[in-house]
Write a protein that binds this ligand. Structure first.
Ligand SMILES: [Zn+2]
Length: 322
């Protein structure tokens, strides 16, 4: 029998009180037969619920579980179904339990009672994640990367060939603090800093077209950043209330897209499309529906009102976070 510290108290395996357990969101029916309510240790349940919501929105899959926190007697029932004292195991799987050696005679592996991660409320058995050894299951392939971001590990499941068995590791949970991979993909692109002598033709051309539309620069549309462009940049920066250093860094780029919104056209829209990470025909200088969808996504990531209008709050959040 082993013990665990959690929330300042010590617990025995398979003996977690309901006070430290939380329920898993029922995206469908947990369990294998009758409807069941599924529980894990509160931090693991919180992580599962976060991951399950993200998997529903990002991958369109509803996860349910068929195994969760397991009491000591449930662990014993499992173990006794599958292992016999002194028996020869066709699987070569032997465990020490209650002073004897037990061989697995039937079914998948089971932990020795008192030592199961299910008894800590930290293991979950996920429905439809493939049979024994089937780690290539498509649902699992779509969902596991998100679960992994939220601290769910497969090491133990791989060791016993069970694709469905995942264990929560608080130290691997990046979902609570850092943003997950799906959230990262909503991030805008950080525009490059361009200045006198820069060799970044595409962005230099974008900037020239913008300053020309703002009537502080002539018709030179070449790829190089010369003194004339530097001077025009200072002029525009003064007008925009930015330090007039002639260097086009993120702050200047973000200031240039202020007030861009659906329905607008022109070079500022094109810059906003580039910053949004749009490509090809979606970088056309016309703020249409693709522009709106993408910018709303970015605004949600930034934590500002998702209205696709690039106003003060969006600019401030971009400067801070992008
Ligand atoms: Zn399991």
């Amino acid at each position: 029998m082993s013990t665990m510290r959690f929330g300042g108290r010590t617990y025995r395996n398979g003996d977690l009180p309901s006070a430290v357990l939380d329920e898993l969101v029922p995206f469908g029916r947990h369990g294998t037969s009758a409807a069941s309510r599924a529980f894990l240790r509160s931090d693991a349940a919180g992580s599962w619920n976060r991951a399950a919501r993200e998997i529903r929105s990002e991958a369109g899959l509803d996860l349910t579980a068929r195994g969760w926190n397991r009491s000591r007697s449930e662990q014993e029932a499992f173990f006794l179904q599958r292992y016999r004292r002194g028996a020869r195991s066709p699987y070569g799987d032997y465990r020490r339990y209650a002073g004897s050696t037990w061989g697995r005679v039937d079914g998948a592996a089971a932990a020795v009672p008192g030592y199961s991660n299910h008894g800590w409320g930290l293991a979950v058995d996920v429905n439809d994640f493939g049979g024994v050894g089937e780690f290539g299951n498509a649902r699992r392939g779509a969902a596991f990367p998100i679960l992994r971001n939220h601290g769910w590990t497969e090491t133990e499941g791989r060791r016993v060939d069970e694709p469905w068995h995942l264990v929560y590791s608080p130290s691997a949970d990046r979902g609570a603090g850092r943003r997950s991979a799906a959230a990262e993909s909503r991030r805008p692109r950080r525009p490059p800093t361009i200045k006198l002598g820069s060799r970044t033709p595409r962005w230099t051309r974008l900037w020239k077209a913008f300053l020309a539309a703002e009537r502080v620069y002539g018709a030179n549309t070449g790829p190089s950043f010369g003194e004339e462009l530097e001077e025009a940049t200072r002029t525009w920066q003064k007008r925009a209330g930015i330090v007039p250093d002639g260097v086009v860094g993120p702050k200047t780029w973000f200031a240039a897209i202020e007030d861009v919104r659906p329905g607008r056209k022109g070079p500022a829209v094109k810059i906003a499309q580039e910053i949004a990470g749009l490509t090809g025909r979606h970088v056309d200088g016309v703020a249409g529906s693709v522009f709106a969808t993408r910018w709303k996504q970015i605004q949600r990531w930034l934590g500002v009102v998702p209205d696709a209008r690039i106003g003060d709050a969006t600019i401030a959040a971009l400067v801070r976070k992008a």
